[in-house]
Ligand binder design. Structure first.
Ligand code: DGY
Length: 328
């Protein structure tokens, strides 16, 4: 039997590449590090049985039309799948998978890297020294805020939100959360988190960390109104998806001191980082590194490959986003 034809839109870590070896007819995009050009993606998707995609590829009706009727599965190498029109895939009987769980702890660590960096002005201090500016220890030099005894506000208390919350207790913080729906009381008690609606959480929290998926409801969830409710001493950290934060409003809130600082790993028009943000001292900016550890990217790659071959073989993939395709 002919091997399945698979398009891989970016080279994965070596172990995951080995897991693909000899099991499919692999078409690997090896172009420049920018996202695969759209017309090349449309052209090379044609007649593929499977697509192994990363989050920069938009998978919509146009792409599915270009791929044609052989396509069985889109295996996304990410937990987030806002780059994929899932209903469009479901309508055509195409499986969609993602890579949850394996990146939870790494992403929570990175959220905490940003929390500490913003609250204690770590990146700013580093930039300051590299600029070779004269300095001497001083009682008022580069003051941040304490975390001990303060309130951590988790927006989206799923897997990553909970992992960020757990770390908060190690720093002596109290943790409040908000989400689409309140968690069962027993789960709240077990996690030691307290429910708040969003306005309450914003006005109470010293650190606000975003962990909701990008949906039409969460797009620009953080805009001028939300910043207006936050404390002037508070910091905002976003390791979820860029468009959840209105960057123009954030730049203004940072400039006017409406909030103390922010830490971003993701951007509204990624990979573009607006000059308005680059020009501010009280923001720490990272290039979408949430899951970027060797161990985690290996686990993500292997899981994406496992999902892909399960779908191609007609088995139920471990991380199926649209089970309706198999259940109907
Ligand atoms: C994801 O998986 O959704 C992250 O943003 C990249 O690791």
């Amino acid at each position: 039997m002919a091997e399945p034809a698979v398009l891989l839109t970016r080279e994965l870590v070596a172990e995951a590449m080995r897991a693909l070896d000899g099991r499919c007819e692999l078409d690997l995009y090896t172009g420049p590090p920018e996202a695969m050009p759209r017309n090349e993606l449309l052209r090379r998707a044609k007649d593929k049985d499977g697509l192994l995609t990363i989050l920069t590829e938009r998978i919509d009706d146009e792409l599915l039309d270009a791929a044609g009727p052989r396509l069985k599965i889109v295996a996304n190498h990410a937990v987030g799948f806002d780059n994929i029109d899932v209903p469009a895939c479901t309508r055509r009987g195409i499986l969609v998978t993602n890579t949850p769980d394996v990146l939870t702890e790494a992403t929570a660590d990175l959220a905490w890297s940003l929390i500490l960096a913003t609250v204690r002005r770590v990146a700013e201090g580093d930039r300051f020294l590299r600029a070779r500016r004269p300095w001497i220890w001083g009682p008022q030099m580069m003051l941040g805020h304490d975390l001990f005894g303060k309130t951590l506000g988790i927006v989206g208390c799923g897997r990553i939100g909970r992992a960020v919350a757990r770390r908060g207790f190690g720093f002596g913080m109290r943790v409040v959360y908000t989400d689409e729906a309140r968690l069962p009381e027993a789960v709240e008690a077990d996690l030691r988190v307290e429910w708040r609606d969003l306005p309450e959480l914003l006005s109470e929290s010293d650190v606000v960390s975003i962990h909701v998926p990008l949906t039409p409801q969460t797009r620009h969830m953080f805009g001028a109104q939300a910043f207006g409710m936050m404390k002037p001493t508070a910091v905002l950290v976003n390791t979820a998806r860029g468009p959840i934060v209105d960057e123009t409003a954030l730049a203004e809130a940072l400039r006017t001191g409406e909030i103390f600082a922010a830490g971003l790993d993701v951007y509204e028009r990624e990979p573009e980082v607006p000059q308005d943000l680059l020009g501010q001292e009280n923001i720490t900016l990272l290039p979408h590194l949430g899951s970027a550890t060797i161990e985690t990217r290996t686990a993500m790659g292997l899981l994406a490959v496992e999902n892909l071959f399960a779908g191609l073989a007609g088995r139920r993939p471990r991380c199926l986003v649209n089970p309706e395709v198999l259940d109907r």
